[in-house]
Design a protein. Structure first.
Length: 162
């Protein structure tokens, strides 16, 4: 099978897992910091609606739905990169190596998102959250990638380990 096709199939699932976990982390951080769980989820909708959307704290049909869909699409894009780079080695990886690779992907995503990307096209979570919460969101993203990787690895039986 074509390597990109394989990676894309896996990225749909791993990206969804990472997107859901990181969105949950965003909502929790928004609730804790501002009693506004939808606020950080609105952030990515600044791509469409401008910076005011990233600063909007309450649920807004346009901002919140667009924010989640953009976040989901970008999470799937980062998952595609992750699957393409690390996917072939998954069967031979220890859980520590799997987690390390997921953290590395999340670190690259954060660097590109906030250092190389023009402000208007950044995720926008930073408009409402502390640095500590930002770390938690990217950690949740990494955990989502790692969870999928570990769940998709072939199970070894005691007999196959002998």
């Amino acid at each position: 099978m074509n390597e990109w096709k394989r990676a894309a199939r896996q990225a749909v699932i791993s990206g969804t897992t990472a997107s859901l976990l990181s969105t949950a982390a965003m909502a929790l951080a928004g609730a804790v910091e501002h009693r506004a769980p939808a606020g950080p989820v609105n952030g990515p909708s600044q791509w469409i609606f401008g910076r005011r959307a990233a600063r909007h704290r309450s649920f807004n049909l346009g901002y919140t739905i667009a924010g989640y869909l953009i976040h989901h699409a970008t999470a799937t894009g980062w998952a595609l990169l992750h699957e393409r780079v690390f996917g072939r080695r998954k069967a031979r990886q220890t859980p520590v190596a799997t987690l390390r690779n997921a953290v590395l992907t999340a670190m690259v995503a954060n660097f590109v998102d906030y250092k190389l990307t023009p402000r208007r096209l950044q995720p926008g979570f930073d408009a409402q959250l502390t640095r500590k919460s930002m770390v938690a969101i990217y950690a949740a993203f990494a955990l989502g990638l790692a969870m999928y990787d570990m769940a998709s690895q072939p199970r070894q039986t005691a007999r196959s380990q002998e």
